[in-house]
Design a protein around this ligand. Structure first.
Ligand code: ZN
Length: 68
């Protein structure tokens, strides 16, 4: 079973990465401490190296192309 990073959405090899459990019981998986750190202070959609950001960027580009 492999997991994806909750922040950058990269797949995490089994036995690697970090698991973070919040007090409300929500579990997050992070590929590196970099992702864990960034998840606490930033929104994934605003960080350029996450899959979510790239996804949103391509959505934005698609919209601008339709307009022009
Ligand atoms: Zn990550």
């Amino acid at each position: 079973m492999s997991m994806n990073c909750s922040f950058c959405e990269k797949s995490i090899p089994v036995g690697r990465g970090l698991i973070s459990v919040k007090s409300d019981g929500a579990i997050s998986y992070y590929c590196t401490s970099k992702c864990e750190r960034n998840a606490k202070i930033r929104m994934a959609k605003k960080v350029k190296w996450t899959a979510l950001y790239r996804k949103r960027k391509s959505e934005r580009l698609a919209k601008t192309n339709k307009k022009s």
